[in-house]
Ligand binder design. Structure first.
Ligand code: C2E
Ligand code: MG
Ligand code: MG
Ligand code: MG
Length: 282
């Protein structure tokens, strides 16, 4: 048992709480070294056009293989990295890694799509992403056209001013922004209109019970209608069944992402999926 400062307070902690707290502490302390120790890697999930099934975009998803604890989910370690601020360095690492992957695909004759990287709200406050990409664009003109960012609706609303400014600056450089996990925040039209985003990603919570749940059907229809009104393409996340896909096609959802199409895969496999998709198109 861990003895907390102040002697007797020990008894307030159940063994489970202590174990969870110990794990958090350990992961938090190990995060900074994880970059140097090469413990991160990126996997890629294709996004397809609903009408043709062709790959039209890619999402980059971070993975952490801890030397003792094994695979740690980003849902667990990203919030810790946000707390300590190491998310800023980690995101830079992801961008550099994704840029290198795009170069590698192109060297091998594979035409990539735009690769969307998840960015925390903090990145816009504590980092100058527009400066980073401006420099990249000066050195390698067309690389930025293969890069996009995803920002959650919640993060965007929390830092409205900084987010709007950064997304505008990035758009000028040629980098698109998507609004992630849409529908889980306070999606009001006035907020969305202020954000210079290029597409909306419907959270998979709304997709999971389609097409059998009347409430979700109404919500998805309304969100797609709203996005259409703003001329924004909509990506449905977490598409797992053919019935979901068919329903989404019927209500005019433009892009699909999920296990039905492909799980997130390592870069070589993503390259193969791109080749196949292009072969079919020809
Ligand atoms: P997200 O950006 O909404 O990413 C989608 C998540 O849904 C991914 O989980 C993906 O693997 C999962 N997914 C995709 N298709 C399906 C499906 O059909 N069914 C189900 N059940 N799940 C599906 P993952 O990779 O575990 O990432 C979780 C979250 O962690 C992401 O949610 C994102 O918010 C965050 N994240 C991941 N990588 C990064 C990163 O590099 N930076 C930051 N800041 N956050 C990241
Ligand atoms: Mg995302
Ligand atoms: Mg999402
Ligand atoms: Mg999500």
């Amino acid at each position: 048992l861990v003895r907390a400062a102040g002697g007797d307070s020990t008894r307030f902690y159940s063994p489970e709480m202590t174990r969870a707290a110990e794990r958090r502490l350990r992961l938090t302390m190990n995060l900074d070294a994880a970059i140097e120790n090469n413990e991160f890697h990126v996997v890629y999930q294709p996004v397809v056009e609903t009408s043709t099934g062709a790959i039209c975009a890619i999402e980059a998803l971070l993975r952490w293989k801890h030397p003792d604890l094994g695979a740690i989910s980003p849902a667990e370690f990203i919030p810790l990295a946000e707390e300590t601020g190491s998310i800023v360095q980690i995101t830079r690492w992801v961008f550099a890694n994704v840029a290198e992957q795009i170069r590698s695909w192109r060297r091998n004759g594979i035409e990539p799509r735009r690769v969307f990287v998840n960015v925390s709200g903090q990145q816009f406050i504590r980092d100058d992403l527009p400066a980073y990409f401006r420099k990249m664009a000066e050195e390698e003109t067309d690389l930025v056209h293969f890069i996009g960012i995803e920002i959650t609706e919640q993060a965007a609303i929390q830092n409205m001013e900084a987010t709007v400014q950064a997304i505008r600056d990035l758009a000028e450089i040629g980098i698109d922004a998507a609004l992630d996990d849409f529908g889980t925040g306070y999606s009001s039209l006035s907020y969305i209109q202020r954000l210079p985003i290029r597409k909306i990603k419907l959270d998979r919570a709304f997709i999971a019970d389609l097409p059998g749940n009347d409430r979700d059907i109404a919500l998805v229809r309304a969100m797609i209608g709203m996005a259409n009104g703003l001329d924004l393409p909509v990506v449905a996340e977490g598409v797992e069944t053919a019935a979901q896909r068919d329903f989404l096609r019927g209500v005019g959802c433009s892009e699909l992402q999920g296990y039905l199409i492909s799980r997130p895969v390592p870069p070589d496999e993503m390259g193969e999926l791109l080749r196949q998709s292009d072969r079919r198109r020809r």
